[in-house]
Ligand binder design. Structure first.
Ligand code: NAD
Ligand code: TYD
Length: 360
């Protein structure tokens, strides 16, 4: 008698972080296969993000480090995933300036460990299982460096030119992933995405930081002249894009992902403040934009990022669903509705970071 094949599980790294947890929630809501989430739970990892699926029998959490090769090897053998989706990383540029060590360790050495163990596991697979296996590496637009005002957007063939310890460590990991395809034939996919925003983002990053400071009447720190430009993508759109590339991307290829939403930092801040003026007219300081405080610029601050997303749109048919206006509204409302989550992450280590970076 023949049994229908059970859909095989995927291994996600860094699934307790911002994008990883959004991805796990979206995956379990839309796919039948299960997820094993390997996460070290650094300051940026939060199991509360995944409370909604903690009792789903298809979800399994493993606390551990991607640099721990024995653990990774054992997980691969025991779980036999059909794919690895690799989010785990140190991700905050300002932290990489204060202390780059963890960025080199996790982003470069950790990706190397995963690649080595993935190669060993994949080499031992056979037939359809081997053909179906994928290693999807989640990366950033920051590897391409900084654009001038009139430069064309980054494409997949733009020369790498990383400027911060964070982007340099991500660029190094992208190169390793590429080399494992060319040298060993490991079936890899790489995605380079622009700035994400949405639920569960740790409030060290611009958008959640602005929301939190605005509603509590704290100064909103804007680096330099506030004219730096980022391309913003709502996190659910990024997760859709990753699922699309995993399902249909060509192995060995890289795909740029972005929102075609270039916005100056000061305009991001003012958009959030205007939304809060409507939603929270009784906050300590209104209009909220009175809280804007120009502070010293970030060293080596990249001026502009922009993504050309023609390849993923024409080849795989992916397109973002949210505009900046709809995505920001959803995000602001999510933070206003989730005070217990915010209180949970504003821990001792968060306060320590605020004191180091902003003297707050
Ligand atoms: P995040 O900082 O919110 O989360 C990172 C997660 O990785 C945390 O859960 C943390 O505990 C885990 N982690 C860190 N070191 C680990 C280790 N050694 N072993 C196991 N787990 C470890 O990050 P994010 O913003 O969700 O970003 C996820 C990925 O997406 C990263 O690779 C990042 O470079 C990439 N990316 C992020 C953005 C963005 O705007 N946030 C944009 C493009 C690409
Ligand atoms: P961030 O969210 O740290 O993302 P990234 O540096 O990866 O783009 O910052 C987004 C932009 O906002 C960036 O140009 C730096 C700027 N910024 C501020 O002006 N003030 C802040 O307090 C923070 C955290 C960022």
């Amino acid at each position: 008698m023949e049994f229908a094949m059970q859909p095989k599980t995927i291994l996600v790294t860094g699934g307790a972080g911002f994008i990883g947890s959004n991805f796990v929630l979206q995956w379990l809501a839309n796919e039948t296969a299960g997820v094993v989430n390997l996460d070290k739970l650094t300051y940026a990892g939060n199991p509360a993000n995944l409370a909604a699926v903690s009792s789903d029998p298809r979800y399994k959490f493993v606390q551990g480090d991607i640099c721990d090769r024995e653990l990774v090897a054992e997980l691969l053998i025991r779980q036999r995933p059909r794919a690895i989706v690799h989010f785990a990383a140190e991700t905050h540029v300002d932290r990489s300036i204060h202390g780059p060590d963890d960025f080199v360790r996790t982003n470069i050495n950790g990706t190397f460990s995963l690649l080595e163990e993935a190669r060993s596991y994949w080499t031992g697979l056979e037939g359809g299982e081997k053909d179906a296996f994928r290693f999807l590496h989640v990366s950033t637009d920051e590897v391409y460096g900084s654009l001038g005002t009139t430069d064309p957007a980054f494409s997949e063939s733009t020369r790498y030119s990383p400027n911060s310890p964070y982007s340099a460590s991500k660029a190094a990991s992208d190169h390793l992933v590429r080399a494992y395809f060319h040298t060993y034939g490991l079936p890899v996919l790489t995605t380079n995405c622009s700035n994400n925003y949405g639920p569960f983002q740790f409030p060290e990053k611009l958008i959640p930081l602005v929301i939190l400071h605005a509603i509590t009447g704290k100064p909103i720190p804007v680096y330099g002249d506030g004219q730096n430009v980022r391309d913003w993508l709502f996190v659910a759109d990024h997760c859709e894009a990753i699922r699309t590339v995993l399902a249909r991307g060509r192995i060995g290829e890289t795909y740029n992902i972005g929102g075609r939403n270039e916005v100056k930092n000061l305009d991001v801040v003012n958009t959030i403040c205007a939304a809060l003026d409507q939603l929270r007219p009784r906050d300590p300081v209104v209009p909220h934009s009175k809280l804007v405080k120009f502070v010293q610029d970030r060293p080596g601050h990249d001026r502009r990022y922009a993504m050309n997303t023609d390849k993923i749109e024409s080849e795989l048919g992916w397109r973002p669903q949210e505009t900046f206006e709809t995505g920001i509204r959803k995000t602001v409302e999510w933070y206003l509705d989730n005070d217990p989550w915010i209180q949970g992450v504003i821990s001792g280590s968060y306060r320590q970071w605020m004191a180091t970076q902003y003297s707050l």
